[in-house]
Design a protein around this ligand. Structure first.
Ligand code: CA
Length: 303
């Protein structure tokens, strides 16, 4: 006759563990293979999916070390390439002063900058050391005020009257602000048909060559454009400029300048006055620039 001891079988340790595993399987989602512990199963599931699994695999594989070196090298190459691309695109943001010559030339990243003070009395002045290439993009900005007839300014100051020729900013003086006598000056300007007293820029191959008329642009307070002549920049205020070539190539211009000189230089404060012939023989080509005062502050950005 069977006893309670015979019918109620006491589970051994192995059966208890299997039962616990099955309970865990019911509650969780892990799929357990018989004979394996839960930790074994988790390890196999995540094998090859983590960084450390990959490292372990590479170190224990037959050619694992070589693969590790190749992967590391490729990773470094990609990082350096991306870094180089970013540097080329954005450039270094360090400030680098590369030259000075009548102005300050400096570089920030890939952009070259120039700050230049132009005297209104300079027929043409060039910021030495600032070179441009055909196709360069330039942005020029200017500020300041100039007066192109200091003798009239002095007369006005003595008499407490308005100067007949007003102070001008880089955009120049509107024609309607000029009296009839001053309008005679417009025929001899550096840049014809552009405002009197405005800032102009010229381009030439080198510092020994003044810009020709086709390479001169009106700047005003702002100008953006493309360089058409490789070389150097020149700046000037749009005032009357004389040169020997003008008279040699065009005798009528001689008479025109004589008429302008005699008509515009009669302030009444001087008792003697040189003749036009004396001016010519003396080659006093800066006549109309030497009575200018004031400055324009110019900034140029090149990229
Ligand atoms: Ca002048």
């Amino acid at each position: 006759m069977p006893t309670n001891k015979d019918t109620v079988k006491t589970p051994d340790v192995k059966e208890v563990e299997d039962t616990k595993v099955k309970e865990q399987n019911t509650l969780g989602s892990d799929i357990i293979i018989k004979g394996e512990t839960p930790n074994d199963s988790i390890s196999k599931e995540s094998s090859g999916k983590t960084f450390w699994d990959l490292v372990y695999f590479l170190l224990t594989d037959k050619n694992g070390f070589i693969k590790l070196v190749v992967i590391t090298s490729l990773s470094v190459l990609v990082i350096l390439s991306l870094g180089g691309l970013l540097y080329w695109k954005l450039g270094s943001r360090n400030l680098e002063i590369i030259n000075t010559g009548g102005g300050v030339i400096y570089k920030i990243g890939n952009e070259e900058h120039l700050t230049f003070l132009l005297s209104a009395a300079a027929p043409w002045d060039s910021p030495k050391g600032f070179k441009v290439e055909k196709g360069d993009k330039l942005k020029i900005q200017a500020s300041g005020r100039v007066n192109l007839a200091v003798h009239h300014l002095v007369d006005a100051a003595i008499n407490d009257t308005y100067p007949p020729l007003l102070w001008s900013d880089p955009d120049g003086m509107p024609i309607d602000k000029l009296n009839d006598k001053d309008k005679l000056r417009l025929g001899g300007l550096l840049v014809a048909n552009q405002p009197y007293g405005a800032l102009v820029v010229g381009f030439s191959p080198d510092l020994n060559t003044k810009p020709s008329s086709e390479n001169i642009k009106l700047v005003g307070k702002n100008w953006e454009g493309t360089v058409e002549v490789s070389g150097v920049l020149w700046f000037a205020v749009n005032d009357i400029y004389l040169d020997l070539k003008t008279f040699e190539s065009n005798p009528d211009k001689d008479k025109e300048f004589q008429k302008m000189y005699e008509a515009t230089d009669k302030s009444g404060t001087r008792t003697s006055k040189r003749s036009w012939e004396e001016i010519r023989s003396d080659k006093y080509w800066n006549l109309w620039f030497d009575d200018n005062i004031g400055d324009f502050m110019i900034t140029v950005t090149k990229n």
